[in-house]
Design a protein around this ligand. Structure first.
Ligand SMILES: [Zn+2]
Ligand SMILES: [Zn+2]
Length: 322
C-alpha cells in the first residue's frame, strides 16, 4: 500500500492508495488541520491509527509540501515545522519516502486525469510528445512544468509564482502601482491567488464594498468577491474578477511560451473550478492568446481546468507508485 499526502498551511490531506497500473486507487483519505499537530509524523501517525494500519503495510510514501525542498528537507511556508523525508522514513520504517513541491506533486496527476475531471477552455491541437505545464492559483500561486522526455512526462517544480507581475494594459499598470505602493514588490502571487483577488478587489473599490462587507482599504474574503462577481451583485467586484481572469490567462500563456506547452496547460488549485463561468466567458482565452507574434501558437495549446479537488493527493500517490 502507498501513502500520499498534500501538506498545506491550513489543511493536510493524507490518503491510503493501492497500486494499480497507471493510476493508483484511493482506499481512504482524511483531512487534518495542519497546525493542530507539531509535525508531519504526528499527522501520519494519527492517520495510521485511525485506519488501524501497521506501518509495515506501507511500501512507499510521497508528500507534496507547500514550499521549496532542499535535499529532501522542507521548511514549510506559514507552518512552523520542518519536514524531512529521512526523518519520516526512519520514524515509520517506510522503505521509501519522498518530498515533492506541492505543484510538482499535482503535476504527477496530470497524465492520469480522466476526461470527466477536466473542463477544457480551449481544445487546441494537442501534441502527444510535447511538454505540458500546470498553473494553480489558490492560497498562493504555484507553477510546475511537465517535460516530455523519453516517452513520458517528467514533472519539475518552479517558483514561478514569485516571478515579476507583467501588466499589459493601463488598468493593469495602475494595479501594479497600487501593489507596489503598499508592498514594494509585485510578484504574480500578489495579484493571482486568493489573497491576490482580495488585493485587486481593494484596488477596484474606492470606498469599500457593501456586498463583501469591506470598508475602504481593507481586504475582502476572496470567495465572497468571486461570488459577488459571478452573481453580478457589485460592478466593482465584477471588475475585480475580470482583471483577475485576464491576468490568469496572460500568465498561463506566458507559461505555455516558456516551456512550449504543446501538450497542454492545466489549471489546478481551488479557485479555477469555483470561477469556471468567468474563465469560460472569453477573457481568459483572449489574454492567453494575445501573444503576437506567437498568437497562432497560443491558439493551438490545449487549456483545461482540473476539476478533481484532490489532484495534488492523487499526484503524490502516482509518484509513490513509481
Ligand atoms: Zn466585494
Ligand atoms: Zn464590490
Amino acid at each position: 500500500m502507498l501513502i500520499a499526502g498534500d501538506v498545506g498551511a491550513t489543511k493536510t490531506l493524507i490518503g491510503l492508495f493501492s497500486p494499480e497500473p497507471g493510476r493508483p486507487d484511493l482506499v481512504e483519505a482524511r483531512t487534518f488541520t495542519t497546525l493542530e499537530y507539531v509535525s508531519l509524523e504526528g499527522i501520519v501517525a494519527a492517520f495510521l491509527e485511525d485506519l488501524q494500519l501497521s506501518s509495515d503495510a506501507i511500501t512507499a510514501a510521497t508528500f507534496g509540501v507547500a514550499g521549496p525542498i532542499v535535499e529532501q528537507v522542507a521548511q514549510l511556508t506559514n507552518v512552523p515545522w520542518r519536514v524531512s523525508a529521512g526523518a519520516l522514513a526512519a520514524y515509520f520504517t517506510f522503505p521509501r519516502v519522498t518530498l515533492l513541491n506541492d505543484l510538482e506533486a499535482m503535476a504527477y496527476s496530470v497524465p492520469v486525469l480522466r476526461p470527466d475531471e477536466l473542463a477544457f477552455l480551449q481544445a487546441g491541437r494537442p501534441v502527444a510528445t510535447g511538454n505540458a505545464a500546470l498553473i494553480a492559483a489558490g492560497t498562493g500561486l504555484g507553477e510546475a512544468l511537465l517535460h516530455f522526455v523519453d516517452g513520458r512526462f517528467i514533472p519539475s517544480p518552479t517558483e514561478g509564482g514569485h516571478a515579476d507581475f507583467a501588466p499589459r494594459t493601463p488598468r493593469e499598470i495602475a494595479l501594479l502601482e497600487h501593489v507596489l505602493g503598499w508592498n514594494g514588490r509585485a510578484d504574480y502571487e500578489r495579484v493571482l491567488s486568493g489573497p491576490g483577488l482580495a488585493n485587486i478587489h481593494r484596488f477596484t473599490h474606492d470606498r469599500g464594498c457593501a456586498v463583501c462587507g469591506t470598508t475602504s482599504g481593507t481586504l475582502a474574503d476572496p470567495s465572497l468577491v468571486s461570488q459577488a462577481a459571478l452573481d453580478g451583485s457589485c460592478p466593482e467586484c465584477v471588475a475585480a474578477l475580470d482583471l483577475f481572469v485576464s491576468i490568469y490567462g496572460a500568465e498561463a500563456g506566458n507559461l505555455a511560451l516558456r516551456c512550449v506547452a504543446t501538450a497542454g496547460v492545466y489549471l489546478g488549485g481551488g479557485i479555477a473550478p469555483k470561477i469556471l463561468p468567468a474563465l469560460q466567458d472569453g477573457r481568459f482565452l483572449e489574454a492567453f492568446r494575445s501573444k503576437a507574434p506567437m498568437d497562432a501558437f497560443a491558439a493551438l495549446v490545449p487549456v483545461a481546468v482540473i476539476l478533481n479537488e484532490r489532484a495534488g493527493l492523487l499526484g503524490a500517490a502516482v509518484h509513490a507508485q513509481g
